[in-house]
Write a protein that binds this ligand. Structure first.
Ligand SMILES: [Fe+2]
Length: 343
């Protein structure tokens, strides 16, 4: 399937306290507010090529409103809409705003909402944020974690392979890797990664045993070096943000990672490194937890809090390491009887 998308451009999430959350992202993460309405705040990392990469939207519980992807062309947008609609998941068009052109919003088979668009304003920061360098949209931010770009989203879905297949066949995501094991002769896939470009993933999928569709597990910002990630860990600790998990290195993708929570309770990752992969007919390998799918050095164990996805639900997700003790039955039951919500 020909890829129709170029990249993840922004994510919209709920903020329980809009002003406090925006301040946290500005001061601690090192993003910059570029627009604001009564119910939303628009922020950007300094290296993001389009105007904003994070939209905070006033809400009652942590969760994702939508993830937005730019297509490869106007024709690709038309083709994507045609495919989504013929797959039975018709959405609606949004009028252009000040920063992006017309966009198409739909909710896919596992309850996640995507916004697709082609026309977009390429960002050029005004003084005093303008860069001296022509290719930079803005000069480097010097405080907080200061990620360069938004990196990826990892969602939770009741069927990892089903999600991967639908998004690959409908929108052209490349299937890069899966992690799983066999249970009584049946394959249980608990994690998978998809990409639109050379990165190992810009969309991750974790197995969800809950009945709540459309959940998100985390989203990630990209730092340029391992040194910056170590500095980020230091800054988080010094400023009172506990690190939930990491720093460590994923086997799949080979990124260095760490995870923490933002003010509404949603999980954020900062990561760096990883390989580049341009192989158009790449065949995804199937990893086992023992091979270090999640943990390259095979010596870390995840805290139980990493089972939580958003909005909160009573049943857990798998983790990138597989199943956490005490949740095996719920997850295996979900995997063996996985289905599309409503199907
Ligand atoms: Fe991640």
């Amino acid at each position: 399937m020909v890829n129709l998308l170029s990249q993840l451009t922004h994510i919209e999430i709920h903020a329980l306290d809009l002003d406090e959350t925006a301040r946290y992202y500005e001061e601690q993460i090192g993003l910059r507010v570029v627009d604001r309405t009564d119910d939303k705040v628009y922020l950007r990392a300094w290296g993001d090529y389009y105007t904003y990469s994070l939209v905070l939207s006033r809400g009652d519980e942590p969760g994702m409103v939508s993830m937005a992807w730019r297509t490869l062309s106007d024709e690709a947008l038309e083709e994507a809409v045609k495919r989504v609609e013929s797959a039975g998941y018709a959405g609606h068009w949004l009028e252009p705003d000040a920063h992006i052109g017309r966009s198409y919003v739909f909710t896919g088979p596992y309850g996640h909402t995507m916004q697709l668009f082609w026309d977009a304003k390429k960002y050029k920061a005004p003084a005093p944020f303008a860069s001296q360098y022509p290719d930079r949209p803005e000069k480097r931010i010097g405080h907080g974690l200061a990620p360069r770009h938004l990196d990826h989203v990892t969602i939770a879905a009741s069927d990892v392979q089903g999600f991967a297949n639908w998004y690959s066949e409908t929108l052209g995501f490349r299937r890069m890797a899966f992690a799983g094991f066999d249970v009584e002769g049946a394959e249980v896939t608990f994690f998978g990664v998809l990409t639109t470009n050379e990165k190992s993933h810009d969309l991750g999928i974790l197995l969800d045993s809950s009945d709540t569709p459309g959940r998100i597990h985390h989203y990630a910002w990209w730092l340029e070096t391992r040194d910056e990630l170590v500095r980020a860990a230091d800054l988080l600790m010094e400023n009172g943000t506990p690190i939930e998990y990491g720093p460590g290195i994923h086997g799949i993708g080979e990124q260095v990672y760490l995870y923490f929570r933002e003010p509404s309770g949603l999980r954020i990752e900062v990561n760096t490194g990883g390989y580049r992969n341009y192989v158009p007919d790449w065949e995804p390998n199937r990893w086992s937890p023992e091979q270090g799918a999640d943990d390259f050095y095979r010596n870390l164990s995840l805290p139980p809090s990493m089972l939580e996805a958003f909005p909160p639900a009573t049943k857990p997700t798998a983790t990138e390491q597989g199943l956490v003790a005490g949740t095996e039955d719920a997850i295996i039951e979900a995997a063996l009887h996985s289905h599309r919500p409503g199907a």
